[in-house]
Design a protein around this ligand. Structure first.
Ligand SMILES: [Zn+2]
Ligand SMILES: [Zn+2]
Length: 142
């Protein structure tokens, strides 16, 4: 494994498995974490800065794999930096391939998350100009 060394150590680092009660967004891949699904919540304090990040089950597997190999953790929003680091520093082809596969899967989830967003806003696009009986713009009070 690569000897990655994160010199910034958090003062507080708490990991907790939580069941989503409402929709959340994964900080690693940006996919929606649906209500009822389990996710990992990370609570960290670093130099007085509090941050909470959430990761979906798929990203958690990458996170756990990384932790097991390096005895280090990372902010989920920085996952690609960490995986890239492992790929660049890998000593063997097999090792770099392993992390490259994870990075690729992460990118695929990111692509999917973009689609998720675009179906939401897609309706608003000018593809089908909507003929509506919406009232004409009037004067707004207040
Ligand atoms: Zn994710
Ligand atoms: Zn590594």
């Amino acid at each position: 494994m690569c000897d990655i060394d994160i010199d910034e150590t958090c003062d507080v680092w708490v990991e907790k498995t939580v069941k989503a009660r409402k929709e959340h967004q994964c900080h690693s891949c940006h996919l929606t974490i649906e209500p009822g699904k389990e996710y990992l919540r990370l609570f960290a304090v670093f130099e007085g800065q509090v941050s909470t990040e959430k990761i979906c089950a798929s990203c958690r597997r990458d996170f756990e794999a990384f932790k097991a190999e390096h005895n280090q953790y990372y902010y989920p929003s920085q996952v690609d930096l960490m995986l890239q680091n492992c790929i660049d520093d890998a000593e063997t082809f097999l090792e770099s391939a392993k992390w490259r596969r994870r990075l690729k899967q992460l990118e695929r989830r990111r692509e999917r998350s973009k689609l998720q967003v675009s179906t939401d806003t897609g309706r608003m696009s000018a593809k089908n100009p909507v003929k509506s009986n919406a009232p004409k713009e009037g004067s707004h009070d207040g």
